[in-house]
Design a protein. Structure first.
Length: 158
């Protein structure tokens, strides 16, 4: 197997890929915010209005700020190196090359590999995900790559 594809993600696409790959982490943030909002409401009901209002304002701020800050950070990283990514996949591993950087991974390095309709999602750690758009490859390349990835122990059907 020797598959190469070139792609250039927007900040919004990168964010969607991160959300898909780190679904559990994003869910934990939403649950935490919901619990804090509940604590704020209970505090208001019990009579601790300033604390309750403060919690509700904090929850609203964090709920709005987190996705905006993440997308801004992703956009800034794209501004620093706007070049396309060349993704290369072989039997031994994969590499991701941009004009200013190159990352290589052996297949054993990935803790988890999944996919959704839009992306192949490679997770070298619990907090890092590399979204690779399926559109970067031909249908034949996608089929070959998916068949190969499904044989790996770190592959998990999403």
């Amino acid at each position: 197997m020797d598959i190469t594809g070139t792609y250039q993600l927007t900040a919004e696409q990168m964010y969607r890929g991160l959300r898909a790959g780190l679904r559990g982490r994003f869910l934990r943030v939403r649950i935490t915010l919901a619990l804090l909002a509940l604590c704020g409401l209970l505090s208001i009901v019990v009579g601790g209005t300033p604390i309750g209002v403060g919690l509700l304002i904090g929850v609203a701020f964090l709920g709005i700020w987190q996705p905006i800050a993440t997308k801004r950070s992703l956009a800034r990283s794209l501004e620093r190196d706007p070049s396309p990514v060349v993704a290369a996949f072989t039997e031994q591993g994969c590499s991701f090359t941009k004009a200013q950087s190159r990352s290589e991974f052996a297949w054993e390095r990935f803790q988890k590999i999944t996919q959704n309709p839009e992306f192949l999602l490679f997770q070298p750690s619990k907090v890092v995900v590399i979204p690779v758009p399926k559109a970067a490859f031909t249908p034949e390349q996608n089929a070959e790559l998916t068949a190969f990835l499904q044989r790996l122990p770190s592959y998990s059907a999403a």
